[in-house]
Design a protein around this ligand. Structure first.
Ligand SMILES: [Fe+2]
Ligand SMILES: [Fe+2]
Length: 345
């Protein structure tokens, strides 16, 4: 029998309150029946999300994001990082998230991918060009022609989960790499660090947008939608674990590759609206830098590893996760503003 979700909000708030307890204290308190009950409730939340319950999906991704914060932020007090019960919840949330993304992958297409590196690489790019996320109307129509300053403010908030910590994602995914792959990630990371110039660090440049729009950290978390939370969670999931290294290569590589075309539209909107120049430095820079990053990534990481069937399958999986999740995210953004766009504009 499928577990029944009783109160998803209460469940997420209960587990969130645990994250601020020392792991040993939490595990001494939540044991036996109590720990079992929580895992059943999380299973019910996951089942509801899998069945299409959008609020359950948002709560699932919100809880996952909060648990990932244990690994992505340095705290100023003890946390539940390393707790047995939190790890149990985390694993359940991750498995449900993985299953949902895999369900959207056309495995017959993945299995038919070319096996020589050059052909495999052009197949990857063709898969992206043929995907509905490529030249998505949210960027090509809405951002370009219609977005107001208030829309761009909202856009920045939703983008914060990836752009706001790209350096840490690179740092996580490079563990265990060697040779040209490690060198490529290091080069990319050094660009993220502004090539040693503190005021040119990419996250610093991105954070200038928070100042322009007066966005607070609390507002960031409060405003994140389900698919924005998912984008951030997928990036952490794939970069954090060594078994997902091939997927991280595909996911981050495709993220870089899609950027220039999209940011041209954001810069265009910024200029159309006459917004302060300091706020658009990040996007302007990445039109050039990310096309170089994508080229370097494909040449130095994807191609050398494409001789391995294991790597090819994982890179394709991560690429498709990125394309599919980005498409759902942009569909969600576009639906919010659909009344502002008339057909053909
Ligand atoms: Fe960057
Ligand atoms: Fe980049």
């Amino acid at each position: 029998m499928e577990p029944v979700l009783r109160n998803g909000v209460a469940l997420v708030e209960e587990i969130t309150s645990w994250l601020r307890l020392p792991a040993e204290e939490l595990d001494a308190r939540v044991i036996g029946e109590e720990a079992h009950r929580v895992l059943l409730d999380v299973a019910a939340l996951n089942a509801a999300a899998a069945a299409g319950d959008q609020e359950a999906f948002r709560l699932q991704q919100l809880l996952l994001a909060r648990i990932y914060d244990l690994f992505m932020k340095i705290p100023d007090e003890p946390t539940a990082e390393g707790s047995v019960v939190v790890n149990g919840v985390l694993t359940a949330l991750e498995r449900a998230t993985i299953a949902a993304e895999d369900a959207a992958v056309d495995w017959a297409v993945v299995d038919a991918a070319p096996t020589t590196p050059a052909e495999y690489l052009s197949w990857l790019k063709q898969s992206a060009r043929g995907h509905r996320v490529f030249k998505h109307p949210y960027y090509m129509k809405f951002i370009r022609n219609h977005a107001t300053a208030a829309h761009l403010r909202k856009y920045v908030i939703q983008e914060s989960v990836v752009d706001g910590r790209f350096d840490d994602l690179l740092a996580l995914m490079q563990v265990g790499t060697a040779g040209p792959a490690k060198m490529e990630i290091a080069n990319n990371f050094w660009d993220e660090m502004g090539n040693g110039r503190p005021d040119e660090v990419h996250t610093t440049l991105f954070n200038q947008l928070y100042d322009v729009f007066d966005i607070t950290p609390q507002e960031l978390e409060d405003s994140l939608t389900a698919t924005a939370l998912l984008s951030g969670n997928l990036a952490v999931l794939l970069c954090r674990y060594r078994r997902f290294y091939p997927e991280a290569v595909g996911f981050l590589g495709m993220t870089e590759w899609l950027v220039p075309d999209r940011f041209v539209q954001v810069v265009g909107a910024w200029e159309r609206l006459g917004l302060p120049e300091v706020g658009i430095v990040y996007h302007r820079l990445h039109i050039t830098v990310d096309s170089q990053h994508a080229a370097g990534w494909f040449h130095n990481i994807v191609s050398p590893s494409a001789g391995s069937a294991y790597m090819r399958r994982g890179i394709a999986r991560g690429t498709l996760w990125r394309l599919n999740s980005s498409a759902r995210y942009l569909d969600e953004r576009l639906a919010e503003v659909a009344d502002l766009i008339t057909a053909g504009t």
